[in-house]
Design a protein around this ligand. Structure first.
Ligand code: PNS
Length: 190
């Protein structure tokens, strides 16, 4: 019987409950799912690739998905998928606003490698507004991210923010006006 392997590529900076929801859905329809973190030297991420990998592995282990693994890749997603002998690329679509970008990417990937299928899945409605970018922004501005990411991720994000605030308070966190502003308003409240 043919076994279907899929990759779920992304930045996962940080991984969210929406990603976990999609991983769960993917693990049910594919025989094997590889969550693939892009190693992108151009981006200035909050978390290193190694940290993101550890968080995703812990999330997957605690959820008990035994057909899901985590890996990292660089270069073209389609080349990586072929190296793994995967037949499908899993992507999440939350809202119409995602559609245009995702369609463009899926069609480009099909052009590059017609044998690979992109499979879109929708996360639960309660995660339809959730993105890693917003999680970073809310956390940087002092909001709670507790229901947006697993507890182990929230803890890691809080640790990052504490380090950033310490640097900001010492005036060493160059170029981060939002941190500076937050640390000033915290001082006022204290
Ligand atoms: O989580 P993200 O940032 O939306 O993921 C985007 C990702 C990693 C899937 C996309 O940027 C990607 O596939 N990058 C690898 C390079 C590549 O294949 N580019 C051509 C895509 S059409």
């Amino acid at each position: 019987m043919k076994r279907i392997k899929a990759i779920y590529p992304g930045s996962f900076d940080p991984p969210t409950n929406g990603h976990l929801d999609l991983i769960e859905r993917g693990s049910k329809i594919f025989d094997e799912l590889v969550v693939a973190i892009l190693r992108n030297p151009e981006k200035d991420p909050l978390f290193s690739v190694a940290d993101r990998r550890k968080m995703l592995e812990a999330m997957i282990m605690s959820a008990g998905f035994d057909n899901v693994s985590v890996d990292t890749f660089d270069g073209l997603t389609v080349d990586y998928a072929l190296r793994l002998d995967a037949q499908a690329i899993l992507r999440g679509i939350r809202a119409i606003s995602d559609y245009e970008y995702e369609l463009q990417m899926a069609l480009m990937n099909r052009k590059l490698q017609p044998a690979l299928e992109t499979v879109f899945m929708m996360p639960a409605e309660k995660y339809s507004y959730l993105s890693s970018r917003l999680v970073r922004e809310v956390a940087q501005l002092g909001g709670s991210i507790d229901c947006l990411v697993p507890e182990l991720v929230a803890q890691k994000v809080r640790e990052k923010m504490d380090v950033a605030h310490k640097f900001a308070n010492r005036g060493e966190f160059a170029g981060q006006a939002s941190f500076e502003g937050k640390s000033k308003s915290r001082k006022k409240k204290a």
